[in-house]
Ligand binder design. Structure first.
Ligand code: C2E
Ligand code: CA
Ligand code: CA
Length: 742
């Protein structure tokens, strides 16, 4: 209840936004108001001056000065100063401050005139015998003179202030607004009282009241107060005129007795109605503006929220890359920034993936949030942002950055001793003229990635050597399309042999990039990179086509050819319809499905299982065999076997790495091979480099082998030559070429 009344009267506490909204609304309104006042007063001054000469009123000059000129001047000056302040605030330009100059002149004249009037009147008063009675007669003249004098002095001080001070102060604007309103109403009262005493009406008073209270938005209680006080003063003034009707002006020129004055009931009722309607208007105006202000405030808060989330990382609450990039760019542009002493740092949490898998998504998020805040703490005044996943970037001073990094690494290690979380850091120092934060972050990231699996290295500065590698990386990303078009990407075949008679029963298709600039590049140089940049499907489609072409050539010419297994990246299923492409190309080159197998790695199965399952079914329905590649290199091997059916299980070459040293290798391999038999799969071990490895694998019943012991991946022509020379032996059923099998 109290709250409702308070809000109704406008006594409630306004939010900063609403308060500012009201203020700005009033400032805008006062621009128009003051402009109108200025024009009007100039016109009044000109009109009055002209009538002095045309009506020969030079004799009553000082009466006119007191009654009209000083009031016109003060109102004109208040209009000028109000306009200067309002324009300065709304346009943020300082040109309007020159309006203070004419205001000072005008106010100076008004003040000087009032001083003279006070001086002369006091002199006359002192000469009178009955001083008290005469003073009583001139009391209101004295009051008005002082009002004009004090207002002028205040206006002069504000005019000086607006001209000198560049800073726009809110309290000054408010002071000027109140002063302007006061002068307007005072002008209305004085001029209307003058006019009324001369038999005229009180329109000036009403206009001025309406002007101030209705064009500006006041809190209702303040509006009512202003209205009531103004009306009361005005009525008090004119009601006195009843008695003053016989009083002559001290100059004795104007005879007031000619005009009947006084307050009739009609005037009282009309005055009251006028007061009431302005009060009601004052209420409604306030509440209407309030509603609009609140609506705007809501909109603004939604906007500011949107603005905030556009630069804040949702999970960690620190800045995101949008903010980082734009701020970094600005920062490096400042003349005060010592660009020779800055460094971009890229952080990557080592073992984070493992931590996530072990402790779950939530715990992983907690670590990210903590890491983000620790980085922010350690690099206090620097620019910090989350780059992506478990990656963060910092732009800081090079001096002292390393100590901070070491402290930071220590704190991250302490977050979880068990998982041995640690921070890898890549650093990049930009050249003085360089200002591309994205590229700089890429380079720092590249430096960080270069030490990814180096367990003894946690920090790497981007140097010339990395620059070379980085250029090559950019080259690969930018040139994959043209490399495919120009035939630089070629298929190499690595034989897969049967352990029974070491004859070739298949090939694995492996990509090579024969580049005119960089020479022969192995997949390690581009496969992961193209996956990272979501372009890998282009290579894989190109490989399908080349294998199909090789098959067609062999089939048409009766050359030996065995089924080829193709490596599909897990991203192929996302980036294109790889199965559709395979079926299309096989049809185009007329390749039977028995000649094409698909290798999918374990890691492919950990993400987007639905899509993969659907595509595996499509492949198997179309007659293609699906192999599980790199078995044993990930974490979830056995589950994968439970959920999917594979025709061939490719045992990762890691198993053979410790073959002769690690006692456990043999029983593990044996068990895996047994498992494949139970699950009705063909077993294939890759990376066979030594004879004893092969002998062991054959002895435990591993079906197939692949490795440097037999052959490295080679172009199809080389394979054919080796078969011809007897260096390689191909299974009987594939010797006659593909057409024989058909
Ligand atoms: P992967 O599928 O496991 O291929 C086997 C890799 O082991 C090949 O490396 C092969 O040259 C190598 N290798 C074969 N025998 C031996 C051996 O006895 N000892 C050793 N140390 N290595 C051996 P490569 O050709 O460099 O390919 C590396 C990886 O790149 C492949 O691993 C595969 O994951 C990927 N890759 C290759 N070609 C393609 C492709 O066309 N598409 C996709 N998506 N990935 C491909
Ligand atoms: Ca493979
Ligand atoms: Ca493999």
């Amino acid at each position: 209840m109290v709250k409702t009344v308070k809000s109704w009267l406008g006594i409630e506490k306004q939010s900063k936004y609403v308060n500012e909204y009201f203020h700005t609304t009033n400032m805008k309104a006062s621009i128009y108001m003051s402009a109108v006042i200025i024009v009007l007063e100039l016109w009044m001054i000109i009109r009055m001056t002209r009538s002095i000469f045309t009506d020969h009123l030079q004799k009553v000059f000082w009466v006119l000065v007191e009654k009209y000129y000083t009031n016109y001047f003060v109102l004109l000056a208040s209009g000028l100063i109000m306009l200067a302040f309002a324009l300065k605030h709304t346009t943020q330009k300082t040109g309007s401050r020159w309006l203070g100059l004419p205001a000072i002149v005008v106010c100076g004249l008004a003040a000087a005139a009032e001083v003279r009037i006070i001086w002369v009147r006091t002199g006359e008063l002192l000469a009178e015998n009955n001083m008290a009675a005469v003073f009583e007669k001139y009391r209101s003249n004295y009051i008005q003179s002082f009002i004009v004098l004090i207002s002028s002095l205040m206006l002069i001080s504000m005019a000086i202030s607006v001209m000198i001070h560049q800073k726009d102060r809110r309290w000054k604007r408010l002071f000027v607004l109140y002063l302007f309103s006061f002068v307007c109403i005072d002008f209305g009262i004085v001029l209307s009282a003058n006019s009324y005493s001369e038999g005229g009406q009180m329109l000036t008073f009403l206009t001025m009241v309406l002007y101030v209270v209705c064009l500006l938005t006041w809190r209702p209680y303040a509006g009512v107060l202003i209205l009531t006080v103004s009306y009361l003063i005005f009525y008090y003034k004119i009601s006195h005129m009843l008695d003053l009707s016989t009083v002559r002006d001290f100059s004795g020129v104007v005879d007031f007795s000619l005009f009947p004055t006084g307050l009739g009931d009609g005037i009282k009722i009309n005055g009251f109605m006028m007061w009431l309607s302005t009060v009601i208007f004052c209420f409604s105006n306030y509440h209407k503006t309030m509603t609009q202000a609140r609506k705007d405030e809501d909109l603004e808060s939604v906007n500011s929220h949107l603005r905030k989330i556009s630069v804040i990382d949702e999970l960690t609450g620190i800045h995101n890359m949008v903010y980082f990039r734009s701020e970094a760019q600005k920062l490096l542009k400042y003349v005060t920034t010592d660009t020779a002493n800055v460094v971009y740092l890229f952080f990557d949490i080592e073992n984070f993936k493992y931590y996530n898998e072990k402790n779950g998504f939530h715990a992983g998020n907690e670590i990210l949030i903590k890491t983000a805040h620790i980085i922010e703490e350690e690099f206090g005044n620097s620019l910090v942002a989350r780059y992506s996943d478990d990656h963060f970037v910092v732009l800081t001073k090079f001096d002292g950055a390393d100590e901070k990094r070491l402290k930071l690494c220590k704190r991250i290690r302490e977050l979880d001793e068990e998982t041995r979380l640690s921070l890898k850091c890549g650093a990049y120092r930009p050249h003085s003229k360089e200002n591309d934060p994205s590229l700089a972050c890429d380079r720092a990231r590249f430096a960080c990635n270069s030490i990814k699996k180096h367990y003894d290295e946690n920090y790497r500065l981007y140097d010339r050597e990395l620059e070379e590698q980085f250029k090559r990386k950019q080259y690969i990303i930018n040139n994959v399309d043209s490399a495919i078009e120009n035939g630089y990407i070629r298929v190499y075949f690595q034989p897969v042999l049967s352990t029974e008679d070491t004859s070739i029963v298949g090939f694995e298709a492996l990509a090579r990039w024969q580049d005119p600039i960089y020479g022969l590049m192995s997949p390690s140089a581009f496969i992961e990179l193209l996956e990272e940049h979501r372009q890998i499907h282009k290579v894989d489609i190109c490989m399908i086509e080349q294998v199909c072409q090789a098959y067609r050539g062999a089939a048409d010419n009766g050359f030996p050819f065995a089924p080829v297994s193709l490596n599909f990246s897990r991203l192929d299923f996302e980036l294109c319809d790889i199965v559709g492409e395979l079926i299309r190309l096989a049809k185009e080159y007329d390749v039977p499905p028995e000649y094409l197998d698909i290798e999918i790695t374990e890691s492919a199965l950990s993400t987007a299982q639905d899509v993969l399952k659907k595509n595996m079914n499509r492949l198997q329905d179309a007659g293609y065999k699906v192999w599980l590649d790199d078995f044993g290199s990930g974490y979830s091997s056995l589950n994968v076997l439970k959920d999917f059916h594979f025709d061939v299980l490719k045992i990762d070459m890691k198993f053979l790495a410790g073959f002769s040293k690690n006692e456990k290798t043999k029983p593990i391999l044996m068990n895996i091979v047994n498992l494949t038999k139970q699950l009705d799969m063909i077993s294939l071990t890759e990376g066979v480099e030594e004879k004893n490895q092969f002998r062991f694998l054959a002895s435990i019943g591993c079906d197939r082998v692949q490795g440097y012991l037999f052959s490295k991946p080679l172009p199809y022509g080389d394979i054919c030559r080796k078969i011809e020379s007897g260096e390689l032996k191909i299974s009987e059923k594939y010797r006659q070429g593909c057409s024989a099998v058909k």
